[in-house]
Design a protein around this ligand. Structure first.
Ligand code: IPE
Ligand code: IPE
Ligand code: MG
Length: 244
C-alpha cells in the first residue's frame, strides 16, 4: 500500500499546464452563443483547480487569454474581461482559504486598468500561500515572453552586469515569467486541436503532451484524472536511454 502511494506520487506531475480550448465550439454546437461556452468553462476552471490541488499538484498553469485573443470580436473580448474581473472577485477568497497562490503570467501592458486591479488584488491576497501555485496566463504569448527576456538580458549586458559568455539556459529561464518554478511535466490541450498556440514555448521543451477531443466545458475532474493516469504511464527519457 505504502509502495503504491509512493509510486503514485513519483508519477505525479509537479507542474501541469493546460490550454483550455473549445468553449466557443461547445456552445455553438448546442445552439448557444460562444459567450455561454466561456461561462460554462469557468465552472470547469473551478473544478480542475480543486482537483489539481486535491491530487497534490504543486503548480498549475492555465491559459486564459492569449496576446492573439485581442483580435476576436470586441463584444467577446469585453465579455471575457468582465467575466474575469467577476470571477477573480468572487473566487479569490475561496482559493486563498484552500492555500492556493494566484500568480499571473503575461504582459501587463495592454490589459485594462480594472482588470489589472482585480488581478493585483487576487495576487496580493494569496501571495503567502504554499499549497499550490496557480499561474493564470493572461495576455500571454510565449514569443513575447522570450523577446522580453532577451531585452532584459541585453540591457544587463549593455550595462556591463552580465558577460555574453556567461549567458546560460538558466539565465534565460530566470528572466521568464515562470522564473523559480519547475518546467511543466504535462501539457493538456482540450478541444481536439493539436497545436501549442504560442504557449510556454521555452518551458515545454520536455513536457509530456496530452490532447483530448473533449471541449473545455466538458473537461471535468474525471477527465483530468484520466490525463494524470496517462502521464503516469509515460516513460520520460530526456534524450537518454531507459535505465532498468
Ligand atoms: C478557449 O475557447 C477560451 C479562450 C481562448 C478565451 P475558445 O474561445 O478558443 O473556443 P473555440 O476554440 O473557438 O471553440
Ligand atoms: C489558445 O486557444 C489560447 C487560450 C486557450 C487562451 P486559441 O483558441 O486562441 O488558439 P487557436 O486560435 O486555436 O490556435
Ligand atoms: Mg480556441
Amino acid at each position: 500500500m505504502e509502495k503504491d502511494i509512493q509510486q503514485r506520487s513519483e508519477h505525479l506531475p509537479v507542474h501541469v499546464a493546460i490550454i483550455m480550448d473549445g468553449n466557443g465550439r461547445w456552445a455553438m454546437e448546442r445552439g448557444m452563443p460562444r459567450t455561454q461556452g466561456h461561462l460554462e468553462g469557468v465552472k470547469r476552471v473551478e473544478e480542475i483547480i480543486k482537483a489539481a490541488r486535491d491530487a497534490g499538484i504543486k503548480f498549475l498553469t492555465i491559459y486564459a487569454f492569449s496576446t492573439e485573443n485581442w483580435t476576436r470580436p470586441s463584444e467577446e473580448v469585453s465579455m471575457i474581461m468582465r467575466t474575469f474581473i467577476q470571477v477573480l472577485g468572487q473566487k479569490a477568497r475561496d482559493l486563498d482559504k484552500n492555500g492556493v497562490r494566484i500568480n499571473f503570467i503575461g504582459r501587463r501592458q495592454g490589459i485594462p486598468q480594472e482588470v489589472l486591479k482585480a488581478m493585483d488584488k487576487a495576487a496580493l491576497l494569496t501571495r503567502d500561500n504554499a499549497g499550490m501555485t496557480l499561474n493564470i496566463a493572461f495576455n500571454y504569448g510565449a514569443r513575447g515572453e522570450i523577446v522580453d527576456a532577451v531585452k532584459s538580458i541585453a540591457q544587463r549586458v549593455a550595462a556591463g552586469l552580465v558577460k555574453p559568455d556567461d549567458i546560460e539556459e538558466k539565465t534565460v529561464s530566470s528572466f521568464l515569467y515562470t522564473k523559480d518554478q519547475p518546467d511543466p511535466d504535462l501539457l493538456i490541450r482540450t478541444s481536439g486541436e493539436v497545436r501549442i498556440s504560442n504557449f510556454l514555448l521555452w518551458q515545454l521543451s520536455y513536457a509530456e503532451l496530452y490532447f483530448t477531443d473533449k471541449c473545455w466545458p466538458e473537461f471535468n475532474e474525471q477527465e483530468f484524472l484520466k490525463a494524470l493516469s496517462t502521464y503516469a504511464q509515460r516513460e520520460r527519457r530526456w534524450g537518454g536511454v531507459k535505465v532498468s
